[in-house]
Design a protein around this ligand. Structure first.
Ligand SMILES: *[C@@H]1O[C@H](CO)[C@@H](O)[C@H](O)[C@H]1NC(C)=O
Ligand SMILES: *[C@@H]1O[C@H](CO)[C@@H](O)[C@H](O)[C@H]1NC(C)=O
Ligand SMILES: *[C@@H]1O[C@H](CO)[C@@H](O)[C@H](O)[C@H]1NC(C)=O
Ligand SMILES: *[C@@H]1O[C@H](CO)[C@@H](O)[C@H](O)[C@H]1NC(C)=O
Ligand SMILES: *[C@@H]1O[C@H](CO)[C@@H](O)[C@H](O)[C@H]1NC(C)=O
Ligand SMILES: *[C@@H]1O[C@H](CO)[C@@H](O)[C@H](O)[C@H]1NC(C)=O
Ligand SMILES: *[C@@H]1O[C@H](CO)[C@@H](O)[C@H](O)[C@H]1NC(C)=O
Ligand SMILES: *[C@@H]1O[C@H](CO)[C@@H](O)[C@H](O)[C@H]1NC(C)=O
Length: 800
């Protein structure tokens, strides 16, 4: 006996845990101390008939997450009818979690971290639990009464025989597959009224109701009776019918009513036998939520800027207006956003932007709220134009002589034949497929910044490699894009310039005291804009401008103001007061290419390469990528400025039209600056963008050799004019001479040769032989081969 008792004990230990579970499965009485786990062991407790089960089930969207739930266990989709938490549903848990029916008689859900996340029931008199055939999970006392019932703690579904007392709430889930708290509740209010509310998450705050039984003082409880009627029982013994299944006997159909994620309470039936299996809607409340919804605050059923449309009784569809798209196509209830840059508001006048938009008619749709202006009487045409010229206006509704203006975001949108409204929505002119959402533009920039920082932090060789790749990637496609999409670049639309008063600029420059440069067009002063990040500015005072009206000047300024490129000095604003014409630019701390190249020690070769590429890109932008082609006409080192990071920025562009002819003429009698001007200036030929290409060629050579194009006081007369001398070296196959003494450059001879060849192509006397700036950038960064130069006889018919 003494020997056998340990054996007996171990047998007992082995058998004991199995017995209660198998018992529980067979007779559906769950004993104290039983446990459920998501994987392995017992995962659910079925009802005696097997129609329902209580336990863990994996999410459709993520099989590693498990929801504690009650579901229809006999139908393939195992439709969930209950989950814990009510208006604050318990989040799905991971494997390693467990549900304990504790020896103290309550339910305890413990997550994988050992944290208790939910409890059900508290009574110490509980002796067993049971999953009933009605779908009700109960904790029972020894006398057979129930101390806790899942029916008393509903989630989004009610089942036949379920009764909800005053104060009960059904909380819709967020989406069919996401059990988080959704956007609607059905409240069996303490005051006896049954009310549907949209709620906002997080917080669950209720907006205006969209349906109510209007039974204040009379309602006592919500009943789902055995014949499929759902009604509010009233104090006078009568019933207020909410929905009804009609003749769908429980013996042949499963039934449920669910407050669906779209806010509609739908009653469903599911035939237990037969071929046509599946849930079908037999009744619903409210019958048309799209019509019923009308909340002063909040978006409505489908999110902001969208339309709600009934799809039979089965579901609510959300739609976006033309030129708008879903914020999140997988969560359409989040609403729609314009997929174009919306109209900008300028400080004064909106003429520039107005022309970019059009009003498109939409019939049988309405956003009943969000009006901010109402005109009466006003004709349709005036109504339309009024919206076009108002940057706040997104939509107008007109009806006879009434004109309502609405602004973004619009709410409670609906579409359907019942909507007797015609509406005009503001959309960009032309085809939107050509206008990219602004978001992708931002991303481009981010990538650029990212790549830029990678560049700064890596070795020279890797840099060169990266630079070539980046330039290839960033320029080639951008050119392609331009060809596909004529018209203004939307990212530059409406970036307004500031109009300064003369007094403001006088103050900013401390009475024009600090001169930082002077050129053909005027003197440049340094200044500060206080109170706005203390921006450092450069103010250019244009001495003599063409006698033109202030308006023409302002129009010209807007053109320049719309140019935005890394390699262009940014115009911040202007002053246009009386006879005064001043331009306000961002200040460039590293002055101009003149100081960089010709004053002080020879700068770093890699930095020079970068600058050359930057100037090329800036010119490419002016010639081909901005909305109006800009020929600079005066490219020279003084006009290439360097910012704090030695990024080259072209200045003085766009001014050619503004300046009096004699002002840009030098003593050679031509526009532009001696040494940089293309020969066609002398020959009275048509001036094209190729004049800038010529000047760029000269500057490229200066950057390579770190000397001025024309140096009269040089010992070796052959070298007096750089373009000729480099050409000679090239012809004689001695390109290395041009970087004599520059070890960094000599270590990079391949690039030096390439740059020299490109430069010599640019200074071809015949304009048509010169490459375009696009070709130049492609050749410089290696995207295209550099062809052999033409025969020398053709070249350099000197114009001395
Ligand atoms: C469940 O337990 C209660 C009380 O102990 C008992 O009356 C009932 O018959 C049991 N039910 C089943 C199906 O075993
Ligand atoms: C459900 O949606 C909420 C809110 O968007 C999100 O936080 C949560 O992760 C989602 N749950 C699942 C299981 O996808
Ligand atoms: C509520 O009860 C009062 C008194 O019985 C009755 O006059 C009223 O019509 C009832 N209202 C509804 C909505 O049943
Ligand atoms: C259920 O309610 C409906 C409507 O109030 C009623 O006609 C029907 O008789 C009720 N059924 C039962 C079984 O009480
Ligand atoms: C449903 O079909 C099963 C067999 O598949 C049968 O035993 C049962 O009686 C049927 N029930 C009804 C209500 O027709
Ligand atoms: C089961 O669920 C899937 C996916 O949610 C759905 O496509 C299918 O129609 C459902 N089947 C029934 C019978 O409801
Ligand atoms: C929608 O439900 C109503 C009853 O509320 C019914 O008369 C109608 O036929 C149903 N329509 C569809 C498309 O199911
Ligand atoms: C937009 O493009 C489509 C074809 O892509 C064309 O049919 C339509 O006329 C265009 N609309 C406008 C306003 O240009």
């Amino acid at each position: 006996m003494a020997i056998s008792s340990p054996l007996l004990l171990s047998l007992f230990v082995l058998v004991l845990p199995i017995v209660p579970n198998s018992l529980a499965q067979s007779n559906s009485n769950i004993t104290l101390g039983s446990t459920l786990t998501p994987v392995g062991g017992t995962t659910s407790w079925p009802s005696p008939s097997g129609d329902f089960a209580f336990g863990f089930r994996p999410l459709d969207t993520d099989p590693n997450l498990f929801l504690l739930a009650i579901w229809f266990d006999k139908i393939p989709n195992k439709t969930t009818v209950w989950y814990p938490g009510g208006t604050q549903p318990v989040q799905p848990v991971q494997s390693g979690s467990k549900l304990q029916f504790t020896s103290d008689g309550y339910l305890s859900l413990v997550d994988q971290a050992g944290q208790e996340v939910w409890t059900g029931g508290t009574s110490s008199t509980v002796t067993y639990a049971a999953m009933l055939d009605t779908g009700n999970f109960v904790l029972a006392n020894s006398d057979g009464s129930f101390s806790w019932r899942s029916f008393d703690h509903p989630s989004d579904t009610v089942l036949p025989s379920q009764v909800l007392g005053l104060g009960s709430v059904l909380q819709a889930r967020l989406m069919d597959t996401n059990y988080s708290a959704g956007r609607f509740i059905l409240n069996v209010q303490q005051d006896g009224n049954l009310v549907f509310y949209p709620v906002v998450q997080p917080s669950g705050y209720s907006y205006d109701p969209y349906w109510a039984s209007s039974t204040v003082g009379n309602g006592t409880q919500l009943v789902y009776n055995e014949t499929g009627s759902i009604y509010l029982a009233l104090a006078n013994g009568k019933n207020f019918q909410v929905v009804s299944a009609g003749s769908k006997p429980m013996s042949m159909f499963y039934q449920r009513a669910t407050l669906d994620p779209d806010g509609v309470l739908r009653q469903y039936v599911y035939p237990k036998n037969g071929t046509n299996r599946g849930w079908s809607v037999v009744d619903l409340q409210p019958p048309d939520i799209c019509q019923a919804m009308f909340t002063k605050t909040g978006s409505g059923v489908c999110g902001f800027n969208s339309f709600c449309k009934l799809n039979g009784n089965q579901s609510v569809d959300c739609e976006c207006p033309p030129h708008y798209s879903f914020l999140d196509p997988s969560r359409k209830y989040k609403g729609c956003m314009p997929n174009f840059p919306v109209q900008n508001c300028y400080a004064e006048g909106t003429e520039a932007d107005q022309g970019l938009f059009d009003m498109v008619e939409l019939k049988n749709v309405d956003w009943p709220l969000a009006d901010y202006e109402h005109y009466q009487p006003l004709s349709n045409d005036l109504c339309r134009n009024n919206c076009l010229s108002d940057c706040f206006c997104a939509v107008v509704v007109y009806n006879d002589q009434d004109c309502w203006k609405k602004k973004l975001p619009m709410s409670n949108g609906k579409v359907g034949n019942y909507v007797q409204r015609t509406l005009l929505i503001k959309v960009p002119k032309g085809n939107t497929s050509q206008i990219q959402p602004t978001m992708s533009k931002k991303n481009d920039k981010k990538t650029w910044i990212l790549v830029g920082s990678v560049l700064l932090g890596s070795s020279a060789f890797v840099n060169l490699l990266l630079i070539s790749i980046i330039i290839f990637i960033s320029f080639y496609p951008s050119h392609m894009r331009r060809n596909e999409k004529p018209g203004p670049d939307p990212s530059t639309i409406g970036l307004g310039l500031r109009c300064f008063t003369y007094g403001e600029l006088e103050k900013a420059t401390n009475g024009f005291s600090e001169e930082v440069g002077s050129g053909a067009s005027g003197v440049v002063y340094k200044g500060y804009l206080h109170g706005e990040g203390d921006t450092c500015i450069a103010v250019k005072k244009i001495d003599k401008v063409l006698r033109e009206t202030e308006k023409e000047f302002a129009v010209e300024m807007q053109t320049i103001g719309k140019t935005h490129h890394k390699n262009l000095v940014r115009l911040l604003g202007y002053c246009n007061e009386g006879k005064e014409r001043l331009l306000v630019y961002e200040f460039m701390s590293n002055r101009s290419l003149t100081e960089f190249l010709f004053k002080g020690p020879r700068p770093d070769w890699n930095r020079r390469v970068q600058i050359a590429l930057g100037v090329a890109r800036g010119l490419l932008y002016l010639h081909e990528e901005c909305s109006t082609q800009i020929i600079h006409c005066d490219i020279k080192p003084q006009n290439i400025l360097l910012d704090g990071n030695f990024v080259a920025k072209i200045s003085d562009f766009g001014l050619a039209k503004l300046l009096k002819t004699d002002q840009t003429q030098t003593n050679t009698g031509i526009r532009g600056t001696r040494g940089y001007v293309a020969p066609e200036w002398f020959r009275n030929l048509g001036i094209t963008s190729k004049v800038d290409v010529y000047s760029f060629g000269v500057i490229l050579l200066e950057i390579i050799c770190c000397r001025r194009n024309v140096e009269a006081e040089i010992e070796d007369e052959e070298k007096a004019i750089l373009t000729y001398w480099v050409n000679d070296c090239y012809r004689e196959g001695k390109v290395e001479l041009v970087v004599d003494g520059d070890e960094e450059a000599m270590a990079d001879m391949k690039r030096v040769e390439k740059f020299v060849t490109v430069a010599l192509w640019c200074v071809q006397e015949e304009p048509s032989l010169r490459p375009t700036m696009l070709k130049v950038t492609q050749m410089l960064d290696g995207a295209t081969d550099v062809p052999m130069l033409p025969e020398p006889s053709y070249n350099f018919n000197l114009v001395r």
